[in-house]
Design a protein around this ligand. Sequence first.
Ligand code: PMP
Length: 388
Amino acid sequence: MHGTKTYLSETATRLKPSGIRRFFDLAASMEGVISLGVGEPDFITSWSVREACILSLEQGYTSYTANAGLLELRQEIAAYLSRKFQVQYAPETEIIVTVGASQALDLALRTIVNQGDEVIVVEPSFVSYGPLVELAGGVPVPLETRGADEFKIQPEQIESVITSRTKALMLCSPNNPTGTVLHKEELEAIARIVKKHDLLVISDEIYAELTYDEPYTSFPAIEDMRERTILVSGFSKGFAMTGWRLGFAAAPSTILQVMLKIHQYTMMCAPTMAQYAAIEALKHGEQDVEEMKKSYRRRRNYFVQSLNELGLRCHLPGGAFYAFPSIQSTGLTSEQFAEQLLLEERVAVVPGNVFGASGEGYIRCSYASSLEQLQEAIKRMRRFLSRL
Ligand code: PMP
């Protein structure tokens, strides 16, 4: 650096480092840690999916694909969305294959946000939403949900944060970190406000495959919402494919074609071999997804019941693989709880405050761990709590 001049952009400098990282680094430096911290499946991608990738390499398919992704994959995505969620998108013009849902979120925001536009972020939320809004030049506006409501959005609350600059609402159901799933009627109530105030919705449905108690409702399936929604999803969670970096977005062509323009310049296309694997996942992966889902459901039931028995009040999360129990009865902050639990009992969880102010008083525990590990974690947590 020369004198006081800085080469860094103000926006990038302003971004807060991810609060999750600090705990990962600390946990990684210790031995014998049970990690309930990471947000990814504990399954390996199905063999048939890995095999499809290997076959594509054997056949020498190593070039770029079309910018929007292989047409065959987009056709499979369209068929999948129609079959599973009753939403219809044209594979040629309304679907784009991206580098994870992460890139789809980035593209969506950069496509719709003008400098200073406000985007409502329902909190507690996935840690990337706020920073992605800021990187797009927008202003994230938190909408706080409460444990007493099982972290469900109260529609009238949305109106209280809408201003003349509000452009969009970011929804995530099933939610990370709370596991909360919004039912059809709840989505309809949100839709009425979205329509009344002429907003767009970015609906992050990355956990849609992982719902345990009732059929899933996709936001664009709600009346009049398809035209106002950018649907974001991917293969990381439901298909246990985090490392493949493959996701997608679906939206009306007027929006999607602008997303494609940005994608063309910034990414060219998603990884070719991962795209071949994803075709197989959509064609023949349903049975494996069902098996994984059954296993998560069993673990959820055990883990959430055990947390409640420990006195850490926790609603039964309808989806994803996270439990978000209250630790308020301990008198500790969520940071203190997570740090002490890690140092004293070697169990890694994520403090709720990293997901927004309304996450304070809670911790996120991923139950995508073996039942034996979960049982051991509960044993250690019981010991920890008995000392407080
Ligand atoms: N959205 C949510 C809510 C997530 O939890 C994650 C992953 N943690 C993502 C998006 C990003 O997923 P991907 O691996 O597809 O980029």
